[in-house]
Ligand binder design. Structure first.
Ligand code: HEC
Length: 223
C-alpha cells in the first residue's frame, strides 16, 4: 500500500462529528505520522493523532455546504423539520418549569392508554412481559408510583418517549391525560383531578424524599 507523509488537521477536542465538521486543513508539518494515501491525520488539541478517511472529510464538507445530493450519496439523512425539532426540544424541570399549555383528565387518559399503551404496559398498568409495569403490585416493585420522585418527570418522559414506537407523537393534552391516569393508577391523585402546568408540580410523589444527594468526597452523583 502506498504511504506518504499526510497533511495534519489540527482541531479542538469535542464531539467527533462537530470536531470533523469544524476542521481546517493546515500545511504539512515535520512531525506528521505516515499514513495510507486515503487518510487524513486529525490532531486533537495537543493530544493524539487519529487517521480519518478522505471520504469522511468529503462527506462532512458536503454536509456543511448543504449539498443535498451529496448528503444522499453519503447517506447523511436530511435536515430536521421544525416540527421535529419542536417535539424534541422539551426541558421540563422537577418544579414544573418548562411545562407546556394544555390539560388532561384521568378519563381522557384512559381512552388514549387503551389504544396506545395497554398492549405493552397492560390494561391496568400491570405490564405485559417483557414490558414494565407502571403501577406497583408488590411493595418492592419500582414503578412510576413507588419510585419516581416527581410527577413532572413522568409527564416529560411520556411526552418525549412514549409510545415506544412513535415517540414525540402525543399532544400535550394527551400527555397530561396519560400522566393523570398513571398517577391515578398509583393512588396518588383522585379520579376527578385535572393535570396541567399548575396542578402537576403540586403533586407530591410517595418517593419524593427517597433520593439524597451524595455529598461524599470524590462523588457528585445522586442516589
Ligand atoms: C411497544 C411497547 C410500548 C408501548 C406501546 C408503550 N410503551 Fe411505555 N415503555 C416501553 C418500554 C420498552 C419502556 C422502557 C424504556 C426504557 O427503559 O428505555 C417503557 C417505559 C415506560 C415508562 C417508564 C416506566 C419506568 O418505571 O421506568 C412509562 C411511564 C411509560 N412507558 C408509559 C407509556 C405510555 C403512557 C404509553 C402510551 C402512550 C406507552 N408507555 C406505550 C414500551 C412501550
Amino acid at each position: 500500500m502506498m504511504v506518504r507523509k499526510s497533511r495534519i488537521v489540527s482541531i479542538h477536542a469535542g464531539a467527533m462529528f462537530l470536531l470533523l465538521a469544524g476542521c481546517v486543513v493546515s500545511p504539512a508539518t515535520s512531525d506528521a505520522p505516515v499514513v495510507p494515501e486515503d487518510r487524513v491525520v486529525v490532531k486533537i488539541d495537543n493530544g493524539p493523532y487519529i487517521g480519518v478517511s478522505r471520504e469522511s472529510i468529503d462527506a462532512l464538507d458536503a454536509f456543511r455546504s448543504g449539498a443535498t445530493t451529496s448528503m444522499q450519496h453519503y447517506r447523511l439523512g436530511r435536515p430536521a423539520h421544525d416540527t421535529e425539532i419542536t417535539a424534541w426540544d422539551v426541558d421540563i424541570m422537577p418544579d414544573g418549569h418548562g411545562l407546556p399549555l394544555g390539560s388532561g383528565t384521568v378519563a381522557a387518559g384512559a381512552m388514549v392508554y387503551a389504544q396506545q399503551c395497554a398492549a405493552c404496559h397492560g390494561k391496568s398498568g400491570e405490564g405485559v412481559s417483557p414490558y414494565l409495569a407502571l403501577s406497583a403490585r408488590e411493595s418492592s416493585d419500582r414503578t412510576v408510583g413507588s419510585y419516581w420522585p416527581y410527577a413532572t418527570t413522568v409527564f416529560d418522559y411520556v411526552l418525549q418517549t412514549m409510545p415506544f414506537e412513535a415517540p414525540g407523537s402525543l399532544t400535550n393534552d394527551e400527555a397530561y391525560a396519560l400522566t393523570a391516569l398513571l398517577l391515578y393508577m398509583n393512588d396518588i391523585i383522585l379520579a376527578a383531578d385535572v393535570m396541567d402546568a399548575t396542578s402537576l408540580p403540586r403533586v407530591v410523589m410517595p418517593n419524593a424524599n427517597g433520593f439524597i444527594p451524595d455529598d461524599r468526597e470524590n462523588s457528585n452523583t445522586t442516589h
